[in-house]
Write a protein that binds this ligand. Structure first.
Ligand SMILES: NC(=O)c1ccc[n+]([C@@H]2O[C@H](COP(=O)([O-])OP(=O)(O)OC[C@H]3O[C@@H](n4cnc5c(N)ncnc54)[C@H](O)[C@@H]3O)[C@@H](O)[C@H]2O)c1
Length: 303
């Protein structure tokens, strides 16, 4: 099968591409390299340096005739979305609509969309189910939630099948330190340079850290399932505080780590842990990597 991966030069996208190639898919990548890196691109994939907002993507879709599209290209920074909501909307919403238009005009069978825990906003009851109320606290969360609504209406109006994957905090090899969930790569790099770790808040805030290889598997699995048009959290369903996370990385590094606690940041979610029951049932997927093992791999790849 022929699969287009948007954002395939990025952190998660490059792991998705590797997985697809391992599974003998024919893979094409669109990426503008705004945060992605040429060196992340699997040489077995065909690469086009292109912005997802560019009109040219329609002729590319017409020529290449993709069976599936895995759409990861996005502006991923929560804080940038708060500073420049128009920029976030332009890439994340209008860019996605441009991709959707190309999908429905060229008969793509299914689109897999990378969404986020940020669509839920601050929650009181954990773990968060897919049916929980959605109250994003950033324009990034709002733009992703808006895209989800576009996907569901494209299904209704044009019959384009979708799978929506709402990731918890993804970590692993090749992670940059700018985007969502980059805390592990930032801490790793700082520990390696013997720099203190800057923590926003008291470190008791929690996240659900999911390994990138497990996320890549969920994307591949989304192409295979018979029953599409589902929304699945992709998570470990385990809550880890930032303080505990630092303890783990510190132990792995064998170094003493100094911690600087600062004001908590606007738009940050306090607690996060996503139920993965739907993904287990509907996607026949489950996470395999433990946090300790995943941190060990990540730490040694980033230093
Ligand atoms: N990392 C996480 O923890 C996390 C959590 C939830 C959701 N997500 C989502 O997963 C996806 C991948 O995120 P990531 O962490 O790998 O980030 P990333 O920045 O590494 O990857 C994004 C890729 O998209 C490309 N890109 C950005 N704007 C583009 C444009 N206009 N046209 C073409 N390409 C463009 C970038 O160059 C990059 O290669 C994003 O949609 C993000 O919102 C990530």
């Amino acid at each position: 099968m022929k699969v287009l991966v948007t954002g395939g030069a990025g952190f998660i996208g490059s792991h998705v591409v590797d997985k697809l190639i391992q599974e003998k898919c024919q893979v094409v990548i669109i990426d503008d390299l705004s945060t992605g890196l040429r060196e992340n691109i699997n040489p077995a994939a065909t690469f086009f340096q292109l912005d997802i907002r560019n009109d040219k993507i329609l002729s590319l879709f017409m020529r290449e005739k993709f069976d599936f599209v895995i759409h990861l290209a996005a502006q991923t920074m929560v804080h940038k979305s708060l500073e420049m909501p128009d920029y976030d909307c332009d890439i994340n919403v209008l860019g996605t609509v441009n991709v959707l238009e190309a999908c429905r005009k060229t008969g793509v069978k299914r689109i897999v969309f990378s969404s986020t825990a940020a669509v839920y906003g601050n929650v009181t009851t954990l773990p968060v189910m897919e049916t929980n109320p959605k109250a994003p606290t950033s324009f990034y969360g709002l733009s992703k939630l808006t895209c989800e609504s576009y996907l569901s209406l494209y299904k209704e109006v044009y019959g384009l099948d979708f799978m929506i994957l709402r990731y918890a905090n993804v970590y692993g090899e090749r992670q940059g330190d700018g985007g969502e969930g980059g805390v592990i790569s930032i801490f790793t790099r700082n520990i390696n340079r013997n720099q203190p770790l800057l923590i926003f808040g008291d470190g008791s805030q929690t996240r659900d850290f999911i390994y990138v290889g497990d996320v890549a598997n969920a994307n591949y699995q989304s192409l295979l399932v018979n029953h599409a048009n589902k929304i699945c959290n992709i998570s470990t369903q385990i809550e880890t505080s930032v303080n505990i996370l630092i303890d783990h990385i510190s132990r792995i590094s064998g170094k003493m780590v100094s911690r600087n606690y600062n004001e908590k940041r606007e738009g940050d979610i306090y607690k996060s842990c996503l139920s993965n029951a739907v993904a287990r049932d509907d996607l026949d997927w489950q996470p395999h990597m433990t946090l300790i093992e995943g941190l060990d791999k990540t730490y040694h790849s980033l230093i």
